[in-house]
Design a protein around this ligand. Structure first.
Ligand code: CA
Length: 218
């Protein structure tokens, strides 16, 4: 799941970036509203964590533009303490949720998972396909009851395939979801992750459609 973090406070932004990555998200971080507005028009993010007090374009303006373009992606706003007015304005401008600073990372991660679950139309927090069971919060995977150890990118890839079970994902769709701007994956990185997943989960778990992409059959 690829998240755009927009926060101009360097310390907070860095902390959130590192923490959210540890929670298994692919995170890109921008520090002003104008850059965020541009990025949101070109990159397929799954969710935005948006500070309201930002240089160049404030958070409410970024949010208003996102919704004016008909973009329904989940937006979680970060507001300062004692700013109920900002929170109300944010929610009424199209935000889906908010957190008051100081931000607790565990709470932010949990709210992000809830928003992503809702935007995907899922009820259960646990993903289950065939004998596979994936818990995004605990970052655990079992196959027919057996615990499976996965690297971070393998886990993210499997989660993406499970969320889209039965659908074919193209190589570029997968790469855009899996890698942020600061990642520089080798050209065969995706094949390597697929190879490792098949080794751990069984050869037929993931199917390749030559020249098209990959799918995890339902
Ligand atoms: Ca700020």
């Amino acid at each position: 799941m690829r998240i755009l973090l927009v926060e101009d406070d360097p310390q907070l932004g860095d902390g959130l970036c590192v923490g959210l990555r540890q929670s298994g998200f692919t995170v890109d971080w921008l520090t002003d509203g104008h850059s965020a507005d541009l990025a949101l028009q070109t990159e397929p993010f799954d969710l935005v964590v948006l500070d309201l007090g930002l240089p160049r374009l404030d958070g409410i303006q970024v949010l208003t533009r996102v919704r004016a373009r008909g973009n329904s992606l989940p937006v979680l706003i970060l507001t300062a303490r004692d700013s109920t007015g900002d929170t109300i304005l944010g929610l009424d401008s199209g935000a889906d949720d908010y957190l008051v600073k100081p931000v607790h990372l565990d709470e932010l991660s949990a709210r992000i998972r809830a928003l992503l679950r809702r935007s995907a139309g899922r009820i259960s927090p646990i993903l289950e396909v065939g004998g596979l069971r994936l818990d995004p919060a605990a970052q655990q995977v079992t196959s027919h009851g057996q615990a499976i150890e996965l690297q971070a990118k393998e886990f993210a890839l499997l989660q993406l395939l499970m969320e889209n079970a039965g659908r074919v994902l193209t190589r570029s769709q997968i790469e855009q979801a899996l890698y942020g701007w600061s990642d520089e994956p080798d050209s065969n990185a995706l094949e390597v992750h697929i190879h490792h997943l098949r080794k751990k989960l069984g050869r037929d778990t993931i199917r390749t459609l030559r020249g098209v992409g990959y799918t995890l059959p339902k």
